[in-house]
Structures are given as structure tokens and as C-alpha cells.
Design a protein around this ligand. Structure first.
Ligand SMILES: Cc1cc2nc3c(=O)[nH]c(=O)nc-3n(C[C@H](O)[C@H](O)[C@H](O)COP(=O)(O)OP(=O)(O)OC[C@H]3O[C@@H](n4cnc5c(N)ncnc54)[C@H](O)[C@@H]3O)c2cc1C
Length: 427
């Protein structure tokens, strides 16, 4: 109706959704932001929660608080289960409906098990805070149980940590678990030698960090091995159970398995019945709208779009943020009856991965870095991108303690005493 503000519903308060809202500041709109969680997560440091290096509140912030200074934004806690595109309504799990004039879908992705969802209870992936605390709990519990175990075979299985998938998350987890065992925990245990913990990184492809240049990939493998990580390449995992992981036709007994091998987009494409790629990502138009629905935008990890050189735009935070900035521009132009901006153009700023203390790799395209210098740049970049000053100070202090004293203050076993939860249906 004329005179009423334009209603925008944003689903997902991840990197993409928040960036879109940030760049809509001052526009004549009324925004409803809906997320099934009450917090925004800085996913690049989630593995540090899983490895007891950082605590949860250092990398997550209440969405409602982030929107405090934006009176035109209403934050709702709720899970979206569908979209009635003809009625222009978002459907929530509890039966509620949210009307929109423009919809922005920024619902991200989750880990995927290549059709073997039954592996998830034994090999949790890392995407949400709950995943990180579940993995942290399993890692710490394994050491506790090993300290009390008298059967050497069971003790070996307890002290074997398998990470499936050698992308950035797998590499970061493997390196940090090795350092946790070697540097942090060793002086605190009496019956076991935590140096003997096995950290095994299993990758189906021929190299670690497949998206990086060969020399950085080789450096990463050598660095992991110098930390004591066993890197197994060209080995596809064929089973994950409570007893261990099977690859190359053999079972490796292991009580802690972490899945870092595959992702699947949110079901946004299914909600709309629109074409998706094999990972379930919506194949969007060049202006990031959903085919046949110019009033619906989709951004971030839930979309598939060809980037520069025909390569797909990667599922990383800068891509989601750039898409958020872009859709805000398109919406502003529409509201002002101005010409539409040119198609979305993703600009790759670089790829960064930490391997361990003072070891990282960076590929900026025009320059490649490795070692301590790369680690400093990695650390500064990550601290810079954290949301609040308090988090920046807190993370910097936590890292200082890890680097100077080998102390990881977040070594807390939470969520249910000392019971093994690897048979849980859902983590
Ligand atoms: C462990 C890990 C490490 C990573 N490391 C890096 C890194 O080092 N550098 C980098 O650039 N990128 C990294 N990434 C990738 C990066 O985090 C993602 O590309 C980015 O978060 C995508 O942003 P997004 O807005 O699309 O989705 P997300 O940030 O995932 O946000 C999606 C939001 O939607 C909400 N949501 C989902 N479904 C629903 C629903 N049905 N109803 C309501 N709300 C819903 C979720 O709760 C979430 O808040 C990493 C990712 C992970 C998991």
C-alpha cells in the first residue's frame, strides 16, 4: 500500500544476511530478521572452540544485541520451513507466517555425509556452536577416559583422533588437536603420555588444501607431519562407526572422529522448487535473484553462481558479505526507481588457513605466503573481522596465553557428565 515502508524479510543472520542489513541502513524499509539461533557465529574460528582454545562467547554474539541500534529491524527467533512465494510469505516451523515485499535468503550450508547421514552421530561436523562444544567434549573426554583405561587396545582407540577431509577446516583441526595433545595436555596427565595421541587426517583427494597452489599444499602437509599428524591421502572413507573409521578396506579404531569433508546447502531451493546444483545450492540469476522470483534474493553458501574465470563463487565469508552488499544496492536502486546495478561481480581477496602455532598459508593470488609471517597476517585478519572490541581483546589475550604458556582456558567438558554421546542421534 502506498506510503507504507517496504517490508524486507531476511532469513539467516550469518555473514551474508547481516551484511545486507548493514548496507540497508537508512533505506525506507522495515526489516524482519529471522534466524533459528539467537546468535551470529564467526565460523572461521569455530574450530578453536572445538579444540578448547577459545570459549563460545568469544566467537558468537546475540543477534538481537547486534541489531540494537537499528529500530527498523525486528529480530525473530524461529526456524523457517518453507516459502509461499505466491502469497509472498515465509513459513515458520511453529505455523507462523511472515509477509514480505522482498525476501533475502541467507541460510548458509551444513556438513553433508555423501548420502551416509547415519555416520553423523559418530563423526560430527563443525558448523554450529553446539557442534563445536560436542567435538570439544569428545576430544577432552577421550583423554580423560584414556587416563583411566587399563586395556591398551581401548586406550589406543581413545587416543586416536581422526579428521575426515583435508580442506582448511580439517587442516586447522588436525594441527590444533596435535598441539593440544603435545603442548597443552602433556603436563596435566599422569598415567598416559599425551604425546602418543595419534591425529590422523584422511583425505580422498591427492593433496591437502586442494584449492591452494601445490607448493602451499606441500608445505601444509609437511608442517602437519612435523606436528605429528599422520596425513593419509587418496583414501576415501567408506564407514564411520562407534568403533572407528574404515578407509582402504581397513578399520582404524578411533573413538573420536570429526567430519570436515562435505557441505550441503540449506533447503532453500526445495522451499521454492527452483533449480539447484548437486550440493543443493540455488542456481541464482546474475543479480542474485531466484529464477522466476525477482523479489527473492539468495546469497552466501546457499547459492551457486559462476565467478571470475567461470569458477564457482566459493563458499567463504567474503563471498557471502559481498553478495549481501550487492543485494542491498539492488534493493536501494529499485526503491529509488534508479537503474539496476550491473550483475554481481565477486572479487576474491585471498585464501588463508592456519596449520598450527606460527604456521599458516596464504594465497593472495599475486603473492603466496607461508610460515610465521602468514600466521601473523592470518591472526591479525581474524581479530580484525571479529565483531566487538571485547571479542578482539579477549581472543588476542587467549592466543597470547596459548602461545606463551600453552594454556587453553576453554578445556571444559560440558553437556552431560562423562557419558559417551557418540550414539546420540543428533548432535
Ligand atoms: C568450520 C568452518 C570454518 C570456516 N572457515 C572459514 C574461513 O576461514 N574463511 C572464510 O572466509 N570462510 C570460512 N568458512 C565459511 C564461511 O563461514 C561461510 O562461507 C559463511 O558463513 C557463509 O555465510 P552465509 O551468510 O551464507 O551463511 P551462515 O554464515 O552459515 O549463516 C546462515 C544463517 O542462517 C541461519 N539459518 C539456516 N537455516 C535456517 C532456517 N531454516 N531458519 C532460520 N534460520 C536459518 C543459521 O542459523 C545461520 O545463522 C568456514 C565455515 C565453517 C563451517
Amino acid at each position: 500500500m502506498a506510503g507504507e515502508p517496504h517490508r524486507i524479510v531476511v532469513v539467516g543472520a550469518g555473514f551474508g544476511g547481516l551484511e545486507a542489513i548493514h548496507h540497508l541502513k537508512g533505506a525506507p524499509v522495515e526489516i524482519t530478521l529471522v534466524d533459528r539461533r539467537n546468535h551470529h557465529i564467526f565460523q572461521p574460528l569455530l574450530y578453536q572452540v572445538a579444540t578448547a582454545s577459545l570459549s563460545t562467547s568469544e566467537i558468537a554474539w546475540p543477534i538481537r544485541h547486534l541489531m540494537r541500534g537499528r529500530p527498523e529491524v525486528t529480530t525473530l527467533l524461529g526456524e523457517v520451513t518453507g516459502i509461499d512465494a505466491s502469497a509472498r510469505q515465509v513459513l515458520l516451523k511453529d505455523g507462523a507466517r511472515l509477509a514480505y515485499d522482498t525476501l533475502i535468503l541467507a541460510t548458509g550450508a551444513r556438513h553433508a555425509y555423501f548420502g551416509h547421514d547415519e555416520w553423523e552421530p559418530h563423526a560430527p561436523g563443525l558448523k554450529a556452536i553446539e557442534d563445536a562444544t560436542t567435538i570439544r567434549r569428545r576430544i577432552l573426554l577421550a583423554f580423560e577416559k584414556a587416563e583411566r583405561e587399563t586395556d591398551p587396545e581401548v586406550q589406543d582407540a581413545l587416543l586416536t583422533f581422526v579428521i575426515v577431509g583435508a580442506g582448511p577446516t580439517g587442516v586447522e583441526l588436525a594441527g590444533t588437536i596435535a598441539e593440544l595433545a603435545r603442548d597443552t595436555l602433556a603436563p596435566d596427565f599422569r598415567r598416559i603420555d599425551t604425546h602418543k595421541a595419534r591425529v590422523v587426517l584422511v583425505e580422498a583427494g591427492p593433496r591437502v588444501l586442494a584449492g591452494y597452489p601445490d607448493d602451499l599444499s606441500d608445505y601444509t602437509k609437511q608442517s602437519l607431519e612435523s606436528l605429528g599428524v599422520e596425513v593419509v591421502l587418496g583414501a576415501a572413507v567408506t564407514e564411520c562407526t562407534a568403533d572407528g573409521v574404515v578407509y582402504g578396506g581397513k578399520l582404524l579404531p578411533a573413538r573420536t572422529i570429526v567430519w570436515a569433508a562435505g557441505v550441503r546447502a540449506s533447503p532453500a531451493a526445495e522451499w521454492l522448487g527452483v533449480p539447484a546444483d548437486r550440493n543443493g545450492r540455488i542456481i541464482v540469476e546474475p543479480n542474485l535473484t531466484v529464477p522466476g522470483h525477482p523479489e527473492i534474493f539468495a546469497i552466501g553458501d546457499t547459492i551457486s553462481l559462476a565467478g571470475p574465470n567461470g569458477k564457482p563463487v566459493p563458499g567463504i565469508a567474503p563471498a557471502a558479505k559481498q553478495a549481501g552488499v550487492y543485494v542491498a544496492r539492488v534493493i536501494r536502486a529499485r526503491l529509488a526507481d534508479a537503474p539496476a546495478p550491473p550483475p554481481f561481480h565477486y572479487k576474491h581477496q585471498g585464501s588463508l588457513a592456519q596449520i598450527g602455532k606460527k604456521r599458516a598459508v596464504i594465497d593472495f593470488g599475486w603473492i603466496k605466503l607461508r610460515g610465521a609471517l602468514a600466521w601473523w597476517i592470518w591472526g591479525i585478519a581474524h581479530i580484525y573481522f571479529l565483531i566487538s572490541v571485547r571479542s578482539r581483546l579477549s581472543v588476542a589475550l587467549s592466543w597470547l596465553w596459548i602461545h606463551t604458556r600453552n594454556q587453553r582456558s576453554a578445556r571444559l567438558i560440558t553437556q552431560g557428565g562423562d557419558e559417551d554421546d557418540s550414539h546420540a542421534q543428533k548432535v
